[in-house]
Design a protein around this ligand. Structure first.
Ligand SMILES: N=[N+]=NCCCCNC(=O)[C@@H]1[C@H]2[C@H](O)[C@@H](O)[C@H](O)[C@@H](CO)[C@@H]12
Length: 445
């Protein structure tokens, strides 16, 4: 039996736009994902977050479900436009009351709340002013954060400023496949800088707030990058991919500087980054949240975009998202972060997999592929703890099937199945198994 440390926080993660539904209810303002999903052609089958898992109305039953699973912690995000419909200014007290009730229900159930301040649903009114490409967003975000610290900080001790700033900038401003659907490298790199600046300003607001014994961090999607061959060219390609996918956010947050390799490569597209900004970005945090799904394998590709890399498909099992299943990458990533970035306190704030689940006539969902995926990754996390990594918790993505961004409802990540016709929740085999892992705080090796 492999046991995890006493007090290890086993949990699940979700995000507001992906589960809540009712995006405009009770005075809430539209987010960029409301606009993006309602713009034809952006989301598979024209799916939107209008209903999602109807969590805005079913939150009591969902907390009961978390209690049935025996979760120790639950990571969720606050929808900025529900609380500040225009992104700044007037507070929507009804919107805020939803999160008050949710936090109180979690505490009542003995579940530790982890709040993500921003999980991609920027108020549309702020996008109209340039969104993350406008430097003023750092102040707007810090004011929004300060409001939540003030209103919920007496009961919530664990705070995450941003979910995956890399994805927000790359997918939303450069690749154009996520909201706000821009394809502008100059705007995208400025968005990276302003996201990180906003993060630093929010950490400073947290330190100035009266949140007692609170802890704040940021969640980064990190994917170790491997060379497709041992050639010098491919080794250098993997270095470039690692700089762009990982060090672009890790280095400023932990070391107060951007990778020189990128500043050179992106040349005149690189944004102004005054020293004062970098010092704000590097304001010390209490923990790092890591979202791990898979690794990258890259080769040198002369002339292929700024990075001159190409992804090399790997044999072996993949998830329904087409992501290679590579559990060893989690161990290698955790040990690297521990060694290279000063041994920070870590949480896996997301890890999970999409598979084509089927609701059996018997009423069960036998998602053995997801159970095996999770089991193999838990083993790697345990290996990392044994190697000295300060890993203090693990949030499975996701509690329930939900709106998977541009894939809509076609991809299921939940350990609980959602029948969107009826909104019935069915705990999958992986959910029943996860309850046992949590109860024993360990797993058979
Ligand atoms: N090759 N490869 N690739 C891995 C690329 C990972 C980038 N996507 C994420 O990290 C998102 C994160 C998001 O927080 C959540 O809101 C999403 O639902 C999950 C699932 O998509 C993940």
């Amino acid at each position: 039996m492999l046991r995890f440390p006493e007090g290890f926080l086993w949990g699940c993660a979700t995000a507001a736009y992906q589960i809540e539904g009712s995006p405009l209810a009770d005075g809430a303002g539209p987010s960029i994902w409301h606009r993006f999903s309602h713009t034809p052609g952006n989301v598979e089958r024209g799916d939107t977050g209008d209903v999602a898992c109807d969590h805005y109305r079913r939150w009591r039953d969902d907390v009961a479900l978390m209690r049935e699973l025996g979760l120790k912690a639950y990571r969720f995000s606050v929808a900025w436009p529900r609380v500040l419909p225009d992104g700044r200014g007037a507070v929507n007290e009804t919107g805020l009351a939803f999160y008050h009730r949710l936090v109180d229900a979690l505490l009542e159930a003995g579940i530790v709340p982890f709040i993500t301040l921003y999980h991609w649903d920027l108020p549309g009114a702020l996008q109209d002013l340039g969104g993350w490409a406008n430097r003023d967003v750092a102040g707007w975000f810090a004011d929004y954060a300060a409001l939540l610290f003030d209103r919920l900080g007496d009961r919530v001790r664990h705070w995450i400023t941003l979910n995956e700033p890399w994805c927000v900038a790359h997918l939303g401003y450069i690749a154009g496949v996520h909201a706000p659907g821009m394809r502008d490298l100059w705007a995208g790199l400025r968005a990276v800088h302003h996201l990180l600046l906003a993060h630093g300003r929010a950490v400073q607001a947290f330190r100035a707030s009266n949140v007692k014994k609170g802890r704040i961090g940021i969640t980064l999607n990190l994917a170790p990058q491997y060379p497709a061959s041992r050639s010098e060219a491919d080794l250098a390609a993997a270095q470039r991919a690692d700089a762009y996918h990982n060090r672009l956010v890790l280095d400023p947050i932990f070391s107060g500087r951007y990778p020189e390799l990128l500043v050179r490569r992106f040349n005149d597209a690189w944004p102004d980054a005054p020293q004062a900004d970098l010092e704000t970005i590097a304001t010390p945090i209490d923990f790092l949240g890591i979202n791990y799904y898979s690794r990258g394998v890259v080769a040198h590709a002369p002339g292929a975009g700024f990075l001159e890399t190409r992804s090399v498909a790997q044999p072996g099992p993949h998830t329904a998202m087409g992501w290679e299943i590579y559990p060893e990458g989690l161990f290698e990533l955790l040990v690297r972060i521990h060694g290279e970035y000063g041994g920070p306190t870590l949480y896996i704030t997301e890890n999970g997999a999409a598979f084509d689940d089927r609701l059996e006539p018997s009423g069960g969902v036998h998602d053995t592929d997801r159970l095996d995926y999770l089991r193999r990754h838990f083993l790697q996390a345990h290996r990392a703890i044994e190697a000295g990594v300060r890993l203090q918790g693990y949030f499975v993505w996701s509690l329930m099937d939900n709106f998977e961004w541009a894939h809509g409802y076609s991809k299921r990540f939940g350990i609980v199945y959602v029948d969107y016709e009826t909104q019935r929740r069915v705990i999958k085999q992986s959910g029943h198994w996860y309850r046992e892992i949590i109860a024993r705080n360990g797993l058979e090796n």
